[in-house]
Ligand binder design. Structure first.
Ligand code: THU
Length: 162
């Protein structure tokens, strides 16, 4: 028997103002996108913005439904849109922010849900390069993760079926 340890490092910035300018700009786009979320049920508006390697920036939001399982997280709306509009494009960085319309508090990062982590892993495997994540509320600390797969240890991918 042996014990293995998984660890990864990530960066925590005290505020968006401390971020490298390109990350701050992308996070600003994610924040602005929250205004376009369709979240009448949770009133938790999520915005995501991707910087592609071709320089394009594309944004997306969560889209809810009266039948709750039909709703889609901002991250998966984003990945689907990118695949459809820029097929084959590699994603460099994704920024994610949110506006909690109930509490009006948005001071710490939220992290992608489990299904979105799996979808991010699929995209990384597909493009064969890591996707960086920039995660922050409308204010407060911002977390930067340099490989989305770090959020899904033991993740299952197509490579497992080869
Ligand atoms: N949501 C996202 O869009 N992304 C996440 O990573 C977490 C949750 C959405 C789904 C739902 O519309 C609302 O936030 C509350 O769960």
């Amino acid at each position: 028997m042996k014990t293995e340890v998984i660890h990864f490092s990530y960066q925590v910035f005290n505020s968006a103002a401390e971020l490298p300018a390109a990350y701050n700009m992308l996070l600003e786009k994610a924040k602005a996108a929250t205004a376009h979320a369709y979240a009448p049920y949770s009133r938790f508006a999520v915005g995501a913005a991707a910087l592609l390697e071709n320089g394009e920036v594309i944004t997306a939001t969560n889209q809810e439904n009266a039948s709750s399982p039909v709703g889609i997280c901002a991250e998966r709306v984003l990945l689907s849109a990118i695949s459809s509009v820029y097929p084959g494009a590699r994603i460099h960085t994704i920024a994610i922010s949110y506006h909690n319309q109930k509490s009006q508090v948005s001071r710490q990062p939220v992290f992608p849900c489990g299904i979105c982590r799996q979808s991010l892993l699929e995209q990384q495997t597909r493009q064969n390069s890591p996707i960086q994540l920039v995660l922050g509320g409308l204010e407060g600390e911002v977390v930067v993760i340099n490989n989305a797969a770090n959020l899904l240890p033991f993740g299952f991918s197509g490579k497992d079926m080869e």
